[in-house]
Ligand binder design. Sequence first.
Ligand SMILES: [Zn+2]
Length: 108
Amino acid sequence: MSVYLICFRAPDGEKAHYKHAGHYIGFADRGETPQASVEARLREHRAGYGAALTRAAVDSGLDLVVSRIWEDGTKDDEWRLRCRSENPRLCPFCNPEAYHLAQGVGHD
Ligand SMILES: [Zn+2]
């Protein structure tokens, strides 16, 4: 079980946005390991049936990259992280200081 952060990227690897959104936070619990369950969810997102936002991003030509995984993160953690509305700050690809933030998720 884990919470993951997806970073939207243009085909050239540069940071990209769909409308105002550049990130997506989701929850995965259907794999043997946190990594495997997030990869399975990423495949769904890339195929266009993971979530409305990621589908729109893929449809507009963006790539989806998992930039962070909170292992043992719960549905509640997913909700709390979404409510923080600071996805770009939590993303290590967009903010070198990101790992200092939200460290306790999944461990408290
Ligand atoms: Zn990012």
